[in-house]
Design a binder for this molecule. Structure first.
Ligand code: BGP
Length: 470
């Protein structure tokens, strides 16, 4: 069928401060958990990234020109509080006022996250989310932002709690690079939920004008092949990746079913979870106060039962077929031969988005209103040799990907799921945490050497769909 966007649909592009801004050492900015780590790793640098710190007016104009009406950005905590707490740096505060003004003036609504994978280095060294003192600092930083940036009406607390916990402590591809440190991972999940809930409660108690929610990336888990023991592995992985966080966010409790599965994983890994007195009251209070839910979706996983020790290889280079993942007490990732994959071994399966939208809306009505806050396709893309200023970069694969995922979203919507927006990951090409600069997602191509922007075919497609709202 011919797609038509519903009237008033939020049609945006997503960014994250550290992945686009560059300028990591200017205007008093403090280090994040990434600066020294990336330097030591020596693969790629976060400077200049997409030089958004200086070129945001150009990217916002392009957004307007290509039919977007919204943008996701995040505030870099350490531009405002270089150590995570203390006295705010005026230059950082001014930058965000300038950025937000530009968006609003151009009719692009900013949706702002407070934390997108970029903990201050000082707090990271002191335990990051595992240290409860750092939750206090996060709440103080959030309060500062609510008081200061009153032009912002759409907030998200934390982006992808699971990706952080999982990449830091299970997969080992984010600092501090622990592998299968199950105690830290589950504790980070819980503590980040607590941080989110405290900020939501503060926002509502403070009577701030605007809306607030959080962002989870959801990865539906399917048994492959379908049989009983594989289904159990899928249930275990789902509890660890999805249900624990969804329960905590929208029910304010971890259901018995979820905890039974989580406890099975903890026991198998000699791990434990520390829930302190009062924690669950905080989660409970916040659980009905989220105004909306940001859902990121890239791919599902297919799993089979697995009895051995944990081992993995993370494909951060785009050498297709090199990834492997076997999690003791949970299961192992398997390749479903019927499902295409990207060079980074990500499964391409739009039906997974339909499934997860239906599940969230049925099982978690307190999610209220859903925005797809990230979805997109990473590709290796190059400028043609005879490139000219107005060359359109062909990315039909991306168009096809987004088209199929929009199909799934609109189908779910037709069936009553309250999904009202879509932010493509990503607005422009940017730096990818564990993959660097050769994994491109943007509507706008960036020649990182010159910072020149080129239009991709997907941007034209995005505009054509935007026009269906008129
Ligand atoms: C999400 C993050 C983004 C982004 C995206 C693509 O998990 O919120 O910051 O990077 O995934 O992932 P990657 O860059 O690893 O391909």
């Amino acid at each position: 069928r011919v797609k038509k966007l519903p009237k008033g649909f939020v049609w945006g592009g997503a960014t994250a401060a550290y992945q686009v801004e560059g300028s990591t050492k200017v205007d008093g900015k403090g280090k994040t958990m990434w600066d020294d780590y990336l330097k030591k790793q020596g693969r790629f640098s976060p400077d200049p990234a997409s030089d958004f710190y200086n070129r945001y007016p150009e990217d916002i104009s392009l957004s307007k020109k290509y039919g977007l009406n919204a943008i996701r950005v995040s505030i870099s905590w350490t531009r405002i509080f270089p150590e995570g707490f203390g006295k705010p740096v005026q230059a950082g505060v001014d930058y965000y006022h300038r950025l937000f003004k530009e968006c609003i003036d151009q009719g692009i609504t900013p949706y702002v996250s407070l934390h997108h994978f970029d903990s201050p280095k000082t707090l990271f060294d002191d335990g990051d989310w595992l240290n409860r003192k750092n939750i206090d600092y996060f709440v103080e930083y959030a309060k500062f932002c609510f008081d200061e940036f009153t032009e912002i009406k759409h907030w998200f607390t934390i982006n992808e709690l699971i990706s952080l916990a999982y990449s830091q402590y299970i997969q080992g591809n984010f600092p501090p690079n622990h592998k299968f440190d199950v105690t830290s991972a589950i504790q980070a999940e819980h503590n980040e939920l607590l941080a989110h809930a405290r900020v939501v409660n503060l926002f509502k108690d403070g009577g701030y004008d605007g809306k607030i929610g959080l962002i989870h990336v959801l990865q539906p888990v399917y048994p492959y092949p379908e049989k009983k023991e594989n289904q159990h592995a899928a249930d275990l992985q789902d509890a660890f990746m999805n249900a624990f966080l969804l329960d905590g966010t929208f029910k304010g409790e971890y259901s018995d079913k979820t905890m039974k599965l989580i406890n099975e994983i903890l026991t198998a890994n000699d791990a434990k979870l520390d829930i302190q007195d009062g924690d669950m009251d905080i989660l409970k209070k916040a659980s009905t106060q989220n105004d909306y839910f940001g859902l990121n979706y890239y791919q599902p996983s297919f799993v089979a039962a697995y009895a051995g020790d944990s081992t993995n290889h993370f494909n951060g280079t785009g050498e297709k077929g090199t990834s492997s993942f076997k999690f003791k007490g949970v299961g192992q990732a398997v390749k479903n031969p019927n499902i295409p994959t990207t060079d980074w071994d990500w499964n391409i399966y739009p039906e997974g988005l339909y499934d997860i939208l239906k599940r969230v809306s049925t099982d978690y009505p307190e999610s209220k209103e859903i925005f797809i806050t990230e979805n997109g396709l990473g590709l290796k893309e190059e400028l043609p040799e005879d490139v000219k200023d107005d060359t359109i970069i062909e990315d039909d694969k991306r168009i096809d990907f987004v088209d199929q995922h929009m199909e799934a979203i609109l189908r779910a919507r037709d069936e009553g799921v309250n999904v009202n927006g879509y932010f493509i990951w990503s607005l422009q090409d940017q730096f990818s945490w564990a993959n660097g600069y050769n994994k491109r997602y943007g509507l706008f191509f960036i020649d990182f050497a010159t910072q020149k922007r080129y239009i991709k075919k997907s941007a034209l497609w995005y505009k054509a769909l935007a026009d269906t709202m008129k």
